[in-house]
Design a protein. Structure first.
Lengths: 424, 174
């Protein structure tokens, strides 16, 4: 009997010939990381454990991205303590806004830095760690104490998940992309649709997506409750890995006779742009049902949609246009490399000329931390991943989730808008 | 382990943003985190909740962000046990890791109203509503998880393991 990709990776990492869903396994971690809101708690627990050294400083990363550039004095104290911890432990993979060659939002940054490859076990103190399955890795989010234990021991316990296979076939319509596919899927299966399970994303439509776009899809797997999301390694994965300096990889794709919890086929040519309405990521509607909804703000960025591919798409819509006088637009490239690339391609100029506030990389607005929060009664369309009550500000504000092109078109019109209405 | 307290009943899909909003994530002190727990949903929850109280929720309790601040805040308030129809996986792990028992039972949810006095034998999974003479059971946690909770959580468990471990020579990676 064959195994799925996820089972093969967990078997390798637990030094077993095979593993089966439901088994509890102790797996070695290839990368353990956290960010500036979760890592301070992890460091406290690490010390309380009596641990002195991390298991391997080269396999630990700290990415300060949530409250950066330091939004408050307390945030400054936290990043300072993490900088000191990294220094003390010899952790070279320490990232903070305004220092070093590259920095930014963790789930965009770590792949760019060549720190993610197929077959890895990635233990991240952030729920959107599921993103890295886009490169054929097993990657899952954990709390701070789990990450502290993983830093101390180099391993973590896991229940081997059942795998749900999603087969996306057909050609994507115009203005339809990865964000629409994952929103559509979450709308179909609900926020508990993949609870504790793996989402394996395959099919010709997935093969047609760039790694940037696959990262968008795997990123939101956790919004359906998934433990991890994963995409088979193919020539596009290999192209991406070569570009970030990774030459040799082991491939752990699923066997043809692997066992699945379920197989769902999705014909993508019939899917139009999708919008998740307040206040749950599964409250998804086709764009045509919500066009015209008045907005106060738009946000393009985040670990879901702040990569160069996303900015190029948004700029296509915004080129030569002005943001509506009734709305404010914030655009945040997810990393410094994305920022520089967007600068060189003239994309930042497109955004700035349109009237958008363009910022240095940060998670800020997405989690309601800082940089463009909402007042009571305000509505935003955001390319982010969560539209929970109060997620981006006041508990009486509302968040609509969409792709970058829909957010861009909506920013021009001041209401939820199909890109066709703006780009003729 | 037997716990008893007032039930605080919440709905489905209560996310960790509700438990501790994003704007407070620079805090690390458990009591400070507790003072903001559920503040946008139940004003003054931190003053109303008492040592031993039980939080009862519906499906997918603790969904969303991995922030352990959510479980830390509940524990610091003195919440003795969680009951829910189901949990999001990271939140469930966080609760167990902190030594906060989290039992799963849809039946219990339908038999408990907000404000009821509830007693729970955690190891046995026995739930008793003292206000309306209702009893039911939840699947007991696995022995590994009970062991973890009784050790005081993952931190204490790892401390024991590190103390027992013979220091191995550090391997060089290529």
């Amino acid at each position: 009997m064959g195994m799925t990709m996820t089972e093969k990776i967990l078997a390798r990492a637990s030094e077993q010939a095979e593993v089966r869903p439901g088994e509890i396994v102790q797996v070695s971690a290839d990368l353990v990381f956290g960010q500036d809101t979760t890592m301070p708690l992890a460091v406290i627990e690490f010390r309380r454990m009596g641990a002195e050294r991390v298991f391997d400083p080269d396999r630990v990363a700290i990415v300060c991205d949530h409250f950066v550039p330091n939004a408050t004095v307390l945030a400054a104290e936290r990043t300072k303590s993490l900088r000191e911890f990294a220094g003390e432990q010899g952790i070279a993979h320490y990232f903070e806004a305004g220092r070093g060659k590259n920095y930014g939002v963790e789930h965009a940054l770590l792949p760019e830095e060549g720190m993610i490859w197929p077959g890895m076990v990635v233990v991240g103190a952030d729920s959107h760690t599921t993103s890295y399955g886009a490169l054929g890795a097993f990657a899952s989010g954990f709390g701070s104490t789990d990450v502290a234990a993983a830093m101390a021991l180099g391993e973590v316990w896991l229940r081997v998940p059942e795998t749900m296979r999603f087969v996306y076939e057909g050609e994507l319509g115009s203005w339809v992309g990865a964000k629409d596919l994952i929103l559509y899927t979450i709308g179909q299966i609900g926020v508990t649709g993949a609870l504790y399970r793996t989402m394996e994303l395959v099919g010709s439509a997935i093969e047609s997506l760039t790694v940037d776009q696959r990262l968008t899809m795997c990123n939101m797997g956790v919004e359906a409750g998934a433990k991890n999301a994963i995409v088979p390694v193919d020539p596009e994965t290999e192209r991406y890995l070569r570009a970030v300096g990774i030459r040799e990889v082991s491939i752990y794709n699923s066997d043809p006779d692997a066992r699945y919890h379920s197989v769902t086929e999705i014909e993508v040519s019939e899917i139009e742009p999708q919008v998740a309405c307040p206040s749950s990521p599964d409250n998804v509607k086709p764009l045509s049902e919500v066009t015209g909804t008045r907005l106060d703000a738009a946000f393009i960025g985040s670990c879901t949609n702040g990569r160069i591919d996303d900015l190029r798409r948004a700029a296509r819509v915004l080129e030569g246009k002005r943001v509506s006088r009734d709305l404010r637009l914030i655009v945040i490239p997810a990393t410094q490399d994305v920022y520089l690339q967007a600068l060189r391609e003239g994309l930042l100029e497109v955004f700035a000329e349109a009237g958008a506030a363009v910022s240095t990389p940060t998670c800020g607005p997405c989690f309601g931390g800082h940089m463009g929060l909402l007042a009571a009664g305000e509505r935003v369309i955001a390319t982010t991943n969560r539209n929970f009550v109060g997620r981006m500000g006041h508990p009486e504000s509302e968040v609509f989730l969409s792709s970058p092109v829909v957010a861009a078109a909506s920013a021009v019109m001041g209401r939820i808008t199909h890109p066709d209405e703006v780009v003729r | 382990m037997v716990v008893q307290g007032r039930a605080w009943k919440l709905g489905d899909n209560v996310d960790t943003d509700q438990l501790v909003p994003g704007r407070y994530l620079s805090l690390t002190d458990p009591q400070e985190l507790a003072s903001h727990c559920l503040e946008d949903m139940i004003p003054r929850f931190h003053e109303l909740a008492r040592q031993g109280d039980i939080v009862v929720a519906g499906e997918n309790f603790g969904c969303g962000s991995s922030r352990e601040h959510a479980a830390t805040a509940l524990k610091a308030l003195g919440i003795s046990c969680l009951l829910a129809s189901s949990y999001a996986r990271i939140f469930f792990r966080n609760c167990i890791n902190l030594g906060l028992p989290a039992l799963t039972s849809s039946e219990a949810i339908s038999g408990i109203q907000d404000g009821d006095e509830v007693r729970i034998d955690v190891a046995a999974g026995a739930i008793e509503n003292l206000t309306r003479a209702f009893r039911c059971s939840a699947p007991p946690l696995s022995s590994f998880l009970i062991e973890l909770i009784e050790a005081g959580g993952l931190t204490a468990y790892v401390r024991d393991r590190l103390e027992a471990r013979v220091p191995a020579p550090r391997e060089k990676r290529e």
